[in-house]
Design a protein around this ligand. Structure first.
Ligand SMILES: NC(=O)c1ccc[n+]([C@@H]2O[C@H](COP(=O)([O-])OP(=O)(O)OC[C@H]3O[C@@H](n4cnc5c(N)ncnc54)[C@H](O)[C@@H]3O)[C@@H](O)[C@H]2O)c1
Length: 380
């Protein structure tokens, strides 16, 4: 296992300096209490040079081996296309370094098996980028949810704008589609929120990127609406939890209600309401708080974003952002590595969130509910 020491920052090597590393991980590492950027790697030289100039690592290389052979690097971040996750985890494992891999951990269960075996053999701490568990607003939801007395009915709607990402993202072999590449977040979130293992799943839909999945986690009933046919000017995500004759609603990580939603003005009897900060990607700018601010920001920024992207091909144009836990997750992992503790989102969680989309594909194909056995992801 990698040498770690409390009291010093851990050195990070980033493999993949594309859209997501640039929008989240690099700026987050720059403000981290626990991490410092040692090295970056990308096969695309233009990307590598631009990122090096902006983030000033100790060195930049197009060869991942340079990072793996560097004894000063404690954690390797893998921020690449989905079909590269497994090969690059397997390549990193023998170095003994801690590994942060973006979601989904793997493309299928066979790959999950190889990953579990490798990280156990080489004692790597492995973290999968299921960030939503670390969002401040979701942590508030969890506190309220955990106080419930009885069963719950949970709906999570995640409808993105897949066209925005361009042609390559629609390549199923490379990216795996919405259920694997995006809804995996929500499968992970529901297991974490309910604290229970599901026994079966049913998925209905026209295509893999436009579906409704229902699941039972013990006495908690869950429905996940997932799609790639939205427009970001309408908020992408919403969580509703009915329990104990009242409702928790989280609107796109920007606004949380607990109690009665939109009560009559004369009876302001909701129990709890909170607005969360809304910022701007790339700039760190602040727009204000709450869902109205977020939506107004989207209405204004999306047409500009789309026009500039169409004209120049550059998509690094600010649009509103809310805290979905991307900073919290890397800080939590860094602390686990420093203290030699288990990763907060380990290879078992990664396997679970890969298994659910596989089950959903099976259910879509057969038109039947499919059983889930924890033995399929809790590997001995
Ligand atoms: N957690 C989230 O909220 C979230 C959101 C968006 C993207 N992501 C994840 O981030 C990951 C990357 O997505 P992206 O949008 O940044 O992709 P991207 O295509 O923009 O960037 C990937 C980069 O990896 C580089 N690369 C490819 N093979 C390489 C190799 N062998 N060695 C070094 N560099 C290599 C490419 O040149 C490219 O610059 C995906 O797993 C995606 O799911 C996560």
């Amino acid at each position: 296992m990698t040498q770690t020491a409390t009291g010093r920052k851990l050195n990070v090597g980033i493999v993949g300096c594309g859209y997501f590393a640039r929008i989240q991980h690099l700026p987050n590492i720059a403000k981290s209490k626990h991490l410092r950027l040692r090295a970056i790697c990308d096969k695309n030289n233009e990307q590598l040079e631009k990122t090096a100039a902006q983030y000033n690592p100790d060195y930049a290389s197009s060869e991942m081996d340079d990072l793996l052979n560097d004894p000063q690097i404690d954690i390797i971040f893998l921020v690449v296309a989905h079909d590269l996750h497994t090969p690059l985890i397997l390549k990193t494992a023998p170095s003994g370094k801690a590994i942060f891999v973006e979601k989904p951990m793997a493309m299928n269960m066979k790959e999950c098996g190889l990953i579990v075996k490798a990280v156990r053999k080489h004692a790597n701490q492995l973290m999968v980028g299921y960030n939503r568990r670390f969002a401040p607003s979701i942590l508030d939801v969890k506190k309220a949810y955990d106080k419930r007395k009885g069963e719950a009915l949970i709906t999570y709607r995640i409808v993105a704008d897949r066209k925005r990402y361009g042609g390559g993202r629609l390549d199923m072999r490379k990216w795996g589609g919405d259920l694997l590449g995006e809804t995996c977040h929500i499968f992970d979130l529901m297991r974490w929120l309910t604290g229970k293992e599901p026994s079966k799943l049913y998925c209905s839909g026209g295509r893999d990127d436009n579906s409704i999945t229902t699941m039972r986690f013990g006495d908690q009933v869950v429905s996940i609406i997932s799609g790639g046919i939205g427009d970001l000017r309408y908020p992408k995500e919403r969580l509703e939890i009915f329990r104990d004759r009242s409702t928790i609603i989280l609107d796109c990580f920007a606004e949380l209600y607990d109690g009665l939603y939109h009560p009559p003005v004369e009876s302001k009897n909701w129990l709890f309401r909170k607005d969360y900060p809304v910022g701007l990607h790339y700039t760190g700018g602040k727009l204000g708080n709450g869902i109205e601010v977020y939506m107004k920001g989207m209405q204004k920024c999306i047409p500009v974003h789309d026009a500039v992207k169409k004209r120049t091909g550059n998509y690094e144009i600010p649009i509103p952002e809310v805290d979905k836990g991307h900073f919290g997750e890397i800080e939590a992992f860094a602390e686990a590595v420093q203290k030699g503790r288990r990763s907060p989102v380990d290879e078992i969680a990664g396997s679970f969130a890969t298994l659910c989309p596989m089950k959903a594909f099976e259910s879509l194909k057969t038109g039947k509910a499919v059983g889930i056995n924890p033995g399929e992801y809790f590997k001995k």
